[in-house]
Write a protein that binds this ligand. Structure first.
Ligand code: URA
Length: 239
C-alpha cells in the first residue's frame, strides 16, 4: 500500500496533507526517512514512525455503542445529532457507520464499523440475523400475543412478519418483555405491537447475532469490540 494512503487512512490528514508531512522528513519506515508519497509499504511487516512515534495501522474499526435516546443512527444529518457525532476524532477518521438503524428514541446495542462486508452480512434479509430487544409496553401483554408473534403478525401496511419470539417478563398495566426478531423492517418492534393493539413506550436493543450489549457501558458510551466478540461476530453464521 502507498505510504500516503496508509497515513491518510489512519487519520494523518488528506493525501495532500500527508504529502506535505512526508516532505518534512517526519516519516520513517524501518528507520529510513521516506519522503516519496508513492513509496509502497507493508504495515504488517514494517515499522512506520511519524515524529518518532510508531503508528499502528489497521483497516477496520469495530465499536459497540450503548446508544442513548435522542441521536439518529445515521452518518450525518444537517439538523440533528447523530451517533457519529459523539465518537472521538481518532475513531471518526476511519469513516465508520452504524450497522442498521435504531430509532431516535431507541437505546442499546449499536455496532459501528467501516467493515462493509460484515455490515452487509448482518443486515442482509437473507441471513435472518436475530436481534433481541427489551421493551416496556403500555398494556397487558398476554400469551395470546406470544402465540400471535410466534405465527407472525400483519403490520398496518399488510406485511406479514416472520415469527418473533416473545418472552413476557412482567405483565400488568405496563408489561416488560423481550422480543427476538430476525428482520429489520422500519419501526418493526413498535409496529408488531401496534398490530396487537399495544404501544411500545421504551425500547432497547440487547443483542445482534451473537453480539451482546455490554451493560457496563453507560448510555452514550462506546468501546471497541474485544478480540473474542469480534471473532465471534466475524465467524457468526445465522440459520
Ligand atoms: N424496532 C423498532 O420499532 N425500533 C427500533 O429502533 C428497532 C426495532
Amino acid at each position: 500500500m502507498r505510504i500516503d494512503k496508509m497515513l491518510a487512512n489512519i487519520g494523518f490528514g488528506t493525501r495532500k496533507e500527508v504529502k506535505k508531512l512526508l516532505k518534512t522528513g517526519a516519516v520513517k519506515v524501518d528507520g529510513v526517512t521516506v519522503k516519496d508519497a508513492k513509496q509502497h509499504v507493508d504495515p504488517e511487516q514494517q515499522v512506520i514512525m511519524v515524529h518518532g512515534e510508531e503508528v499502528e495501522y489497521r483497516e477496520f474499526i469495530y465499536l459497540m455503542m450503548n446508544k442513548p435516546q435522542g441521536l439518529l443512527s445515521a452518518t450525518e444529518d444537517d439538523r440533528q445529532e447523530t451517533v457519529l457525532d459523539i465518537l472521538e476524532e481518532e475513531d471518526r477518521v476511519f469513516a465508520p457507520f452504524p450497522v442498521g438503524r435504531l430509532d431516535k428514541d431507541t437505546e442499546g446495542l449499536l455496532l459501528i464499523t467501516n467493515d462493509g462486508q460484515l455490515a452487509h452480512r448482518l443486515l442482509s434479509p437473507k441471513k435472518h440475523v436475530p436481534k433481541t430487544y427489551f421493551a416496556v409496553i403500555k398494556g397487558e401483554v398476554t400469551e395470546a400475543d406470544v402465540v400471535a408473534f410466534r405465527e407472525g403478525v400483519t403490520l398496518e401496511d399488510g406485511y406479514e412478519t416472520k415469527p418473533g419470539e416473545l418472552e413476557i417478563i412482567k405483565s400488568g398495566l405496563t408489561s416488560d418483555i423481550k422480543l427476538t426478531i430476525t428482520e429489520g423492517k422500519f419501526h418493526q418492534v413498535k409496529r408488531m405491537f401496534e398490530a396487537v393493539d399495544k404501544k411500545v413506550i421504551y425500547l432497547k436493543r440487547l443483542t445482534m447475532g451473537n453480539l451482546q450489549l455490554d451493560e457496563t457501558l453507560e448510555l452514550g458510551e462506546y468501546r471497541e469490540l474485544t478480540d473474542e466478540e469480534l471473532e465471534g461476530l466475524l465467524n457468526y453464521q445465522s440459520e
